[in-house]
Design a protein around this ligand. Structure first.
Ligand SMILES: [Zn+2]
Ligand SMILES: [Zn+2]
Length: 765
């Protein structure tokens, strides 16, 4: 650091290489220190890290780095999630192809090839940000080892009768052409036409309002409320569906809302979850009019997509004067979170994991975990209470972990793979049914990616001979995946071992730009990669440390400018300190009162930071340390001792040197988890020779200095600072320089002990 200007690019590159070469973050299982284990989130592999990831991974890394210094050993591996829909969509996008128009084998080959190309650069983004994972403990959710674990876990569930296959109307995305889970739904507000249509009952109009006239052909019943006087007479009769040539029964059911629309309700197969229940309750025969790609199956509207069919049917209804009334409304529809397409319900054969019977268990397991921040637990509980389906884990996709299952068409026998065959692709391996000696058919569906990523504690641990057992110390993650990743991991850990997956969970918020979530694929133009180049990793992390855990933040570039400024100030202040410490070589000092009081305040800071880090309140650590550094250390303490350092007696100098050395070292350590690069730079330049720890990041967390502390210290310290400000203010008012003499100031009696430093600092005569 011989140069005068802080060159973050050169510094960050240097220490990143050093950490990797010296294996500073290596997990050493022979180390007998207590281990803090982290169930690291495996990010979806895409081109580059997005702002949401930079934000939340920084926050988890603050804790990882703190724990490494505080406890001594951290298990912090790294994984990538690289199968399932997000990966498929990404591979389709960058290769400009559609997976459904290729063979499964060809597409998988393309996925693997694409991943091989992009993954190293993707992981580099995390290293550039200073994420202190042990990248040698690495898994991908599609690699062979992971496939084996995932398939074995599925077989275990099947054998325990906790996984089953069933034909059932499930949530279907016509765009991705697969089933999806309840957890993958998002609400979307949209403008719709609410049309009141004329059904007929005994030649009279029976009015029914709907936003989905394209489902008329799928209508199987009309519901009216048993207490609705308008319809009492027609209960049990038949209604002719508007525009169509068939009749459906009119059924009295309390679910029909007298006040909504006309009070009469059409039940279709399947408009929504309500229809699924209704049809099931009355054992009605379903009429499926949709193909899996979301087009109409047959009849006059055959081949039309849902929205086209809606338009055409409304036209036809209008022509035949079957519309009584029409108005624009805003309603909420369910869309698939990955593609934004409105979902449908289609009966298909799918695999499920049983979760509905066990809501109480999921809630009690969730309660046993410490949630940071606490209020996030409520989101978990609400989600569990609102569960309406078992967990659907099969997907009609190409690139995923196959179900290790074959099915004999002749005798209906289900054949499971043996453990020594895993991992297995049943489409590549033949199985003969033991009963009828015929070839069984391999399952074509693949496991949903959550069915695998819900096993991350086991997957990561398998890389080090299963030395880390559940519960892990910590799961860090973002709040949008509480209902998926957190919930499913809690479920899987319970179903397989009856244990908690982790003791603590920390939940990060979103980053937003003008109110919009920044991780959305739209692209905001603001990427961590660019910001790292312009401001550096420390500045970006410093920004991420400014917000409390769980809170969503609005991104503002000025915050990064402030961060960059802070690093420069830290660099310059350290240089000043060490210019004066060249010949300092002592471990002890007989402290001057100013120094003792300052160190007493520093001891309080250590206590505050330790407590806050333990509570995952890194934002308070940032606030406290940066305030302390800037206002207490630079603005006040350095000013108070400047003269003494040059002109003091040997005793006075030694006391200041001792204080400078220790306070700077402690401040650096307290800030090291948040800004790892610059703290390493300063540590290596000045402290390493004396402290003899290879890196600040594996040095021990600061303990309180052994000095005398009095109850009154804080009060007096604040008075001292107040006094300084008053003098500086007065000099400014008088228009004189801070070095100029001043006469009219009296040092109050309770600051007597600091008289010498105060007189020297302010030039009081
Ligand atoms: Zn979709
Ligand atoms: Zn058979």
């Amino acid at each position: 650091m011989s140069k005068n200007k802080y060159d973050f690019k050169q510094v960050e590159e240097k220490w990143k290489k050093f950490w990797e070469k010296e294996k500073i973050y290596r997990f050493d299982s022979s180390n007998k220190k207590p281990v803090f284990s982290i169930d690291t989130p495996p990010p979806y592999v895409s081109g580059a890290m997005h702002m949401g990831h930079a934000f939340s991974y920084s926050q988890q890394d603050f804790i990882a780095r703190f724990m490494r210094m505080f406890k001594g050993a951290v298990f912090y591996g790294f994984g990538t999630d690289d199968n399932g829909l997000p990966t498929e969509r990404y591979v389709e996008k960058i290769n400009k192809i559609k997976s459904k128009s290729m063979s499964r084998a060809k597409f998988i080959e393309l996925c693997l090839k694409t991943l091989k190309k992009i993954t190293p650069d993707f992981i580099k983004g995390y290293k550039d940000l200073g994420i202190s994972a042990d990248y040698n403990i690495y898994y991908s959710t599609i690699d062979k080892k992971t496939q084996k674990i995932s398939q074995k876990a599925f077989i275990d569930l099947y054998n325990k009768r906790l996984a089953y296959k069933k034909e059932f109307p499930t949530i279907w995305c016509p765009e991705c052409q697969t089933t999806i889970a309840q957890a993958e739904l998002e609400d979307k507000e949209q403008d719709s036409l609410f049309s009141t249509l004329k059904f007929k009952c005994e030649d009279k109009d029976l009015l029914i309002a709907t936003t989905r006239p394209e489902l008329l052909g799928a209508c199987v019943a009309v519901f009216v409320h048993p207490d609705d006087n308008r319809y009492k007479k027609i209960i049990g009769k038949k209604a002719k569906v508007a525009l169509f040539d068939f009749e459906v029964p009119i059924i009295a059911d309390k679910s029909a809302d007298i006040g909504k629309g006309t009070g009469a309700l059409m039940v279709c197969s399947y408009g929504d979850k309500f229809d699924v229940d209704a049809i099931n309750r009355y054992k009605l025969v379903e009429k499926i009019i949709l193909n899996t790609n979301g087009t109409i199956k047959e009849g006059e509207y055959k081949g039309l997509k849902i929205k086209e069919a809606r338009k055409k049917i409304l036209q036809d209804l209008k022509e035949k004067t079957l519309i009584q009334d029409q108005k624009q409304i805003t309603n909420v529809v369910n869309v698939h979170d990955k593609c934004g397409t409105e979902i449908e319900f289609l009966p298909t054969e799918q695999w499920f994991i049983k979760i509905l019977d066990n809501k109480k268990t999921w809630i009690s397991q969730g309660k046993k975990i410490n949630w940071y921040p606490k209020y996030m637990y409520k989101r978990y509980e609400n989600w569990v209470n609102g569960l309406e389906w078992d967990w659907s884990i099969s997907r009609e996709r190409h690139f995923g972990i196959p179900f290790p299952v074959w099915h004999c068409k002749d005798c209906n026998e289900l054949i499971l793979a043996k453990e020594n065959e895993l991992p297995v692709d049943p489409l590549q391996t033949k199985k003969i049914c033991s009963k009828c000696k015929k070839e069984a058919k391999g399952e074509e569906k693949v496991l949903d990616t959550w069915a695998t990523s819900s096993l991350t504690p086991q997957i990561a641990s398998s890389l080090i001979n299963n030395e880390i057992k559940v519960p892990y110390s910590l799961r860090p993650q973002a709040h949008d995946i509480i209902r998926t990743w957190a919930f499913y991991t809690i479920v899987r850990s319970y179903l397989s071992e009856k244990k908690l997956p982790w003791k603590n969970i920390m939940i990060s918020g979103y980053t937003k730009l003008g109110g919009e979530k920044m991780s959305k694929s739209k692209g905001t133009g603001i990427e961590p990669k660019k910001l790292l180049e312009e401001y550096g990793a420390d500045a970006l992390r410093f920004w991420a440390a400014g917000f409390s855990l769980g809170s969503d933040v609005n991104y503002q570039e000025q915050d990064l400018v402030a961060g960059k400024k802070f690093m420069i100030k830290l660099f310059n202040a350290s240089r000043f300190v060490f210019m004066n410490l060249k010949n300092y070589n002592s471990k002890k000092a007989n402290l001057i009162e100013t120094d003792r009081l300052f160190l007493s305040r520093l001891n309080d800071l250590i206590e505050i930071c330790t407590k806050n880090f333990k509570n995952y309140e890194y934002n308070k650590v940032k606030l406290e340390t940066s305030n302390f550094f800037w206002h207490i250390f630079c603005d006040n303490y350095l000013e108070l001792i400047k003269k003494r350092v040059y002109n003091g007696t040997n005793h006075e100098k030694q006391s200041a040197f001792f204080t400078l050395y220790n306070s700077l070292l402690i401040l650096l350590k307290l800030m090291a988890p948040i800004i790892p690069f610059i703290t390493e730079e300063i540590y290596q330049e000045y402290f390493e020779k004396k402290e003899k720890q290879k890196s600040i990041h594996i040095s021990s967390w600061p303990k309180k200095l052994d000095i005398k502390q009095n109850k009154e210290d804080i009060k007096i310290f604040n008075e001292l600072i107040k006094f300084n400000s008053e003098v500086w203010k007065k000099k400014k008012e008088k228009g004189i320089s801070l070095r100029d003499e001043i006469r009219e100031i009296k040092i109050p009696k309770f600051l007597d002990e600091f008289k010498k430093d105060l007189i020297a600092t302010h030039n009081i005569v």
